[in-house]
Design a protein around this ligand. Structure first.
Ligand SMILES: CCCCCCCCCCCCC/C=C/[C@@H](O)[C@H](COP(=O)(O)O)NC(=O)CCCCCCCCCCCCCCC
Ligand SMILES: Nc1ncnc2c1ncn2[C@@H]1O[C@H](COP(=O)(O)OP(=O)(O)O)[C@@H](O)[C@H]1O
Ligand SMILES: [Ca+2]
Length: 633
């Protein structure tokens, strides 16, 4: 028998205050159509019944709205206790809300105060409510009497001690709480119930809502590089990530890599990918690079496409990839989540976030070399990487030491850059606006691309006319960088190209021409300040769909003449016939997401939204009303 203690309610449908049972919910159809149901007109009293009875089937959702568009559609409402204080707790399809009862509390179920965490944290106000999106609930569990739970510090504490008294039946909800600097934490709140049956009903109702979120992964394939960064990958995963996955009911198959390219090769041939909802890599950008190479390759082979052929329309990868940052730069994680924090990344994976990302394919003489999602850098960044590989034992600091060394060396490199500007798109590399969660620029520019065909393929098909679209620059450069996303990282929180987009089908080609050391330092320093690193006479930046680079030593004078006539196809010809191409150690190399390319004459094209990450892009800080949450752990 269910508890029948009573609760004051005001129903928006009937505007009548009623004395209702402690557990109350509207008839679903009444709320959908905005008309009072027989139950509500006769006093706003509903009875506790199973969710299956009250939840309309898909076909009944006639207005076509999403769950989030109907936050007020209540499924459950009860008076429960949190830390021995009375709260009105409600569950709708989209939010879980709990609000402290005061003597004057009159419940307004359709006017919740949205109280997502605010910063800085303010003193708790007992009258304030808490609202958590169902999509950000991680798990719910029923507390056993006298049960104990492991704390973050590894010790155990009794639930009863926590509640301060014998609390009877109780359930605990774990959910995402936002902390400063885009970090997410797992918070918990325990609700004490007057009856076991009510407790079970709450637990099963929340679980049923969670089960409707189909985007959440259930099985993950995890690769750990034990040598990434400060060699803490395994420890980070075991201590910080695995417990969260297990708490959220995500099963994992964990593989610790035994050599470079172990994960890539396993994905290419061995992994039973149909068994998994996603792949997680624990490591740095180099490890992520391994994962995408394996996955992209496998997707093409499974789809009957030749991954080596530059003219083939490649099949995008649908299996999402999660990054647990444990590397030296971790710029792919930082630029897609906003922070390099393993717990935050794990929570984005658990809630089933999706973020599409552009991928550049790099070819040399029509032969596939590598994919890139972050930085393709020749000159300065290529040399920093080459030099730093010898200092791997130093960990992440190797980049700073090699950076200073290469800055002092002050080499310049001659070559020719041709590029196909991205036309008709929204956004430029000099925009003040940034690519953020739900970016409209990425959505808009994706729609500009013809279905199943990238822009460059269309250009090639149209023959000589598209040649006129190409622009060619020749000169002496300190650095040639292509940033397919901002490349924000702790060293440069705004990144190499702050206005670049994660998924707009373009890359920002940054050319730093030969200049003095002093000027180059000014340019570098601006990566760490608010000043515009492109606002210098020797720096230019272009948003492009495709580009080619040929170093000076790969070109003959006659080749240069030919190219000036617009025959850019000559690039591959020159390189094939020139024995010195790309191999001479006296010249720079390309840094491709932290891997050194074997060739220097390259042809790069962007594949719009080619892979999917367990991320949502960087969230804009929001002004929230309040959320001091005394229950957060
Ligand atoms: C004077 C300070 C200047 C700071 C300039 C910082 C610019 C940083 C831009 C970083 C872009 C990073 C793009 C990502 C690359 C990663 O894919 C890739 C692989 O990552 P992983 O090891 O995790 O696998 N990482 C990298 O290639 C590392 C690039 C790091 C470059 C650091 C450069 C430091 C430059 C210091 C110059 C100091 C001059 C001082 C003169 C007195
Ligand atoms: N078990 C392993 N032993 C040695 N190298 C590995 C192993 N697993 C992966 N690698 C390679 O280590 C390199 C660096 O990995 P990454 O995770 O990016 O660390 P970091 O950020 O410190 O550079 C990558 O090129 C990757 O292919
Ligand atoms: Ca891009």
């Amino acid at each position: 028998m269910l508890p029948q203690s009573r609760l004051h309610l005001t129903c928006r449908s009937c505007q009548a205050q009623a004395r209702a049972p402690r557990s109350y919910h509207h008839q679903a159809q009444t709320v959908v159509r905005g008309a009072p149901s027989p139950a509500t007109t006769s006093g706003g009293v509903g009875v506790l019944s199973s969710l299956a009875e009250e939840t309309p089937a898909e076909g009944q959702e006639q207005d076509g709205q999403t769950q989030m568009e109907r936050p007020g559609r209540m499924l459950l409402l009860s008076e429960l206790r949190v830390r021995n204080a009375a709260y009105d707790v409600s569950l709708s399809r989209s939010v879980l809300t709990w609000k402290r009862r005061t003597s004057s509390t009159v419940y307004h179920p359709f006017r919740p105060r949205f109280c997502v965490p605010s910063f800085p944290r303010r003193r708790p106000d007992p009258g304030v409510g808490h609202t958590v999106s169902v999509s950000e609930i991680l798990s719910v569990r029923e507390e056993e009497e006298n049960s104990s739970r492991r704390r973050d510090d590894g010790s155990w504490k009794k639930i009863k001690e926590r509640e301060g008294k014998d609390c009877g039946p109780a359930f605990t909800v774990s959910y995402v709480e936002r902390s400063p600097h885009h970090r997410w934490r797992c918070a918990e709140v325990t609700f004490a119930c007057p009856e076991e049956a009510l407790c079970q009903h709450w637990v099963s109702s929340i679980r049923e809502q969670l089960a409707t979120i189909v985007s959440r992964p259930k099985r993950l394939l995890v690769y750990i590089n034990p040598y990434s960064g400060k060699r803490q990958g395994k420890r980070i995963y075991e201590r910080k990530v695995a417990p969260l996955f297990s708490q959220a009911g995500v099963s994992t198959h964990v593989i610790v890599t035994e050599r470079a390219n172990y994960a890539r090769d396993h994905l290419k041939t061995g992994a039973e990918l149909q068994k998994f909802d996603g792949v997680v890599c624990v490591g740095g950008d180099g490890m992520f690079s391994e994962i995408i190479h394996g996955l992209i390759w496998r997707t093409q082979i499974d789809g009957g496409v030749d991954p080596n052929c530059p003219e083939e329309a490649l099949i995008p990868c649908t299996l999402r990839i999660g990054i647990i940052p444990a590397g030296s730069t971790d710029c792919i994680c930082f630029a897609t989540v906003g922070t390099n924090d393993p717990v935050t990344s794990a929570l984005h994976i658990i809630v089933g976030d999706s973020q599409p990302m552009d991928v550049c394919s790099v070819h040399h003489n029509n032969a596939f070399l590598q994919y890139s999602v972050s930085l393709l850098g020749y000159g300065f960044y290529g040399d920093v990487l080459t030099d730093s590989e010898k200092k791997r034992w130093m960990g992440p600091a190797r980049y700073d030491l090699s950076g200073v060394k290469m800055f002092l060396t002050h080499h310049y490199y001659e070559g020719t850059v041709s590029y196909l500007p991205a036309k008709g798109i929204m956004g430029t590399p000099r925009d003040a606006a940034r690519c953020r969660s739900g970016c409209v620029v990425c959505q808009h520019n994706r729609q500009l691309l013809p279905e199943k065909a990238e822009m460059y393929e269309v250009d090639e098909a149209s023959g000589s006319e598209s040649d006129s679209e190409w622009r060619t620059l020749r000169g002496k450069f300190l650095a040639i960088n292509a940033a397919s996303m901002s490349c924000a990282c702790p060293r440069s929180p705004k990144g190499l190209s702050p206005a670049a987009h994660l998924a707009d089908g373009t890359t920002d080609l940054i050319l730093v021409r030969k200049c003095s050391r002093f000027d180059f330092l000014r340019h570098l320093l601006r990566h760490t300040s608010k000043d515009d690193q492109f606002d210098l006479a020797f720096v230019e930046v272009h948003r492009v769909r495709r580009f080619r680079f040929t170093p000076r030593h790969c070109q003959s004078d006659s080749d240069l003449d030919l190219r000036e006539n617009g025959k850019h196809q000559i690039f591959s010809q020159i390189c094939r016939d020139h024995p010195a191409c790309g191999c001479a150690p006296a010249y720079s190399s390309w840094n491709c997401d932290g891997e050194i390319l074997n060739h220097t004459a390259i042809d790069v094209r962007v594949h719009c939204q080619f892979i999917q990450l367990f991320a949502r892009g960087i969230e804009e800080p929001k002004v929230f009303e309040e959320l001091p949450n005394p229950c957060a752990i």
